[in-house]
Design a protein around this ligand. Structure first.
Ligand code: GRF
Length: 214
């Protein structure tokens, strides 16, 4: 039997961050195992990525139901698969407190901006349009707000002269793929603690809570 911590990943889209987590977890020494992938969108490419990796892929539509009813179905599916942790990876729904209370301190999210700047949708475009010269991504613990929970780690990238929005977004996405597997490892190893609003991570030699992704 696997001693690894069971993680459920929630997605709504293409799932490149999901893929980064799947790839990391291919290594038997990685302390987390992705045991289920759930999407609110049937056409989400990430569901196919899960199937290809032999991971149960579940579609739970959110339309025509209350937020509470949707979250209850999510919870049911995650619990059915024995999840102890939940990683949001491009999941475009806000979770209810009832959901979060079922996984206290065990829900992570990745956001494509250096929070607390540019929360909400299309963080990369917000940053691009604002003309920021250092952009990036954030992995944080999830609370009931939108991209407001305690920050665990960040990856920073430059905006280069002549960048198109696509090039800028791709550079951010590449650092996301490094950041998320790193933080999920810390989480499931019990190395993340919240003290007030701040996070403490029990770092090993050579580890840092930031990545420079130039
Ligand atoms: C990523 O930029 C992530 O930060 C944001 O949504 C996007 C999902 O991309 N929350 P993907 O589906 O992982 O490729």
């Amino acid at each position: 039997m696997s001693q690894r911590e069971a993680v459920g990943v929630l997605i709504s889209g293409g799932g490149t961050n999901l893929q980064a987590l799947i790839d990391a977890a291919q290594d038997p020494a990685y302390p987390a195992e992705i045991v289920v992938v759930i999407s609110n969108r049937e056409e989400a490419g990430g569901l196919e990525r899960a199937r290809r990796a032999g991971i149960p892929a579940v579609w739970i539509p959110h339309r025509d139901k209350t937020r509470a009813a949707f979250d209850e179905e999510l919870l049911g599916a995650l619990q059915e698969h024995g999840c102890r942790w939940v990683a949001l990876a491009g999941f475009m729904r806000i979770l209810t407190p009832v959901f979060l209370d079922a996984f206290p301190g065990h829900v992570l999210n990745i956001h494509p901006a250096l929070l607390p700047s540019f929360p909400g949708v299309r963080g990369q475009k917000q940053a691009f349009d604002a003309g920021v010269q250092i952009a990036g991504a954030t992995v944080h613990l999830v609370d009931a707000g939108t991209d407001t929970g305690p920050i665990v780690a960040q990856g920073a990238v430059p905006r280069l002269d002549g960048d198109t929005l696509d090039e800028f977004q791709a550079r951010i996405l590449a650092v996301e793929h490094q950041l998320y597997p790193m933080v999920l490892r810390w989480a499931v190893e019990g190395r993340i603690q919240v003290k007030g609003d701040a996070v403490q991570v029990d770092l090993r030699p050579g580890e840092r809570r930031w990545i420079w992704g130039a």
